[in-house]
Design a protein around this ligand. Structure first.
Ligand SMILES: [Zn+2]
Length: 369
């Protein structure tokens, strides 16, 4: 079957790795700066757009990260946090993302005196309103920051504990990977795990497989953010595969920040062929100038993913969601049913089976491990 941008927009999808401060609309940044009297380093919307929507023109990681200073400068009040979360629901619903998890570090939003709880409440309010308005399901992930300090990570972990079952589904560790090892934050993860909360950790993006090893064995992570450099350690690769630890791949972002030299050289192709549970995500809708549909198109055009293989990627996304098991099975079964209907309509025949179909057993309860 011919894979087109239209088809990929139409299919049900997930996004499990998306940063709130990297996924605001340009117009919204512009409006919020005006409303709040924040000075932007741009005198027009067009200029602002060139500074934050970096996309393929990205020169290096510094330029990429600088754009976050701009978005964060206007995300220090309740209204803007709520609006960003609400609009994200609309943007994802428009491209048929059925479930997404958005992450942010509340500590980065305290510059104008907001309390951590006010920040989380504002984001959760926006998500709840967005869920109702656009029929998309959401989860919220709180991030500790590698480059702040372990004490702050502990405070943020406590915050995640307080909001467990109230919109927060997991705890993450983000920020500069080199020189800031995850194991220094292990007490925060110990607290999280002891409260039966999900963990995902950015690892193997700007640093080698040792970082992934720490995320798994010191911090007990259940998923890996990126994992781009996992391929450098075959033994660990097997462990990740054997334990079905999902990788949250963000192809455009990796190429833009130079974690990976080109789309065609992204290891997601090798990981998939090897049998790893790989998922396709955006990282930052704004800075990376992308959508989940675009990322899937990159998989097809640059990495040779066929239609049946793309369906696998989609199914892996649903399987890897930090949702209660029964909710996840339902969402997964709905997505599989919808994919079958699309196949029947466009192929005029029964669905082609997916290469990794053995893993998918919806009639037996859906999610296999
Ligand atoms: Zn990220």
């Amino acid at each position: 079957m011919r894979v087109t941008a239209d088809l990929l927009r139409r299919v049900p999808k997930t996004d499990l790795h998306c940063h709130l401060d990297g996924s605001v609309r340009v117009q919204t940044v512009w409006d919020m700066a005006k409303e709040q009297g924040v000075r932007l380093p741009a005198s027009s919307m067009e200029e602002l757009e060139s500074l934050v929507k970096i996309g393929e023109d990205c020169q290096n990681l510094v330029q990429y990260l600088k754009a976050f200073d701009i978005t964060l400068s206007v995300m220090q009040v309740r209204e803007s946090l709520q609006r960003a979360a609400y609009e994200l629901c609309e943007d994802f619903a428009r491209e048929n993302v059925r479930y997404f998890e958005v992450r942010f570090s509340p500590i980065l939003h305290t510059l104008r005196g907001l309390k951590l709880t006010e920040i989380v409440d504002a984001v959760l309010d926006g998500l709840a309103q967005g869920e109702r308005a656009f029929g998309v399901k959401t989860g919220c992930i709180i991030c500790g920051m590698r480059n702040i300090n372990p004490e702050t990570s502990m405070i943020l972990a406590e915050l995640a504990v307080a909001y467990k079952n109230n919109g927060v589904v997991a705890f993450d560790l983000a920020g500069a990977e080199e020189d800031y090892p995850a194991k220094k934050h292990r007490e925060a993860f110990f607290r999280i795990l002891n409260n039966n909360i999900n963990v995902t950790i950015h690892a193997g993006e700007a640093y080698g497989p040792e970082s992934i090893h720490q995320a798994i064995h010191y911090c007990g992570t259940h998923r890996i953010g990126h994992g781009t450099r996992l391929k450098e350690d075959g033994d660990l690769l097997n462990y990740v595969n054997d334990h079905r630890i999902p990788l949250e791949c963000c192809i455009s972002s990796n190429v833009q920040t130079r974690a990976c030299p080109s789309y065609a050289q992204h290891p997601i192709r090798f990981y998939y062929d090897y049998g790893l549970r790989v998922t396709v995500n955006t990282d930052n809708l704004l800075m990376s100038d992308t959508t989940v549909s675009k990322e899937l198109l990159i998989c097809h055009e640059h990495l040779g993913f066929s239609w049946p293989e793309i369906k696998d990627l989609i199914i892996y996304g649903f399987k890897s969601a930090f949702l209660p098991y029964r909710d996840k099975v339902k969402l997964l079964n709905d997505a599989i049913e919808e994919l079958r209907a699309i196949d029947r309509e466009l192929n005029g025949a029964e669905a082609e089976t997916t290469p990794h179909a053995a893993e998918v057993s919806p009639t037996k309860g859906g999610v296999t491990y």
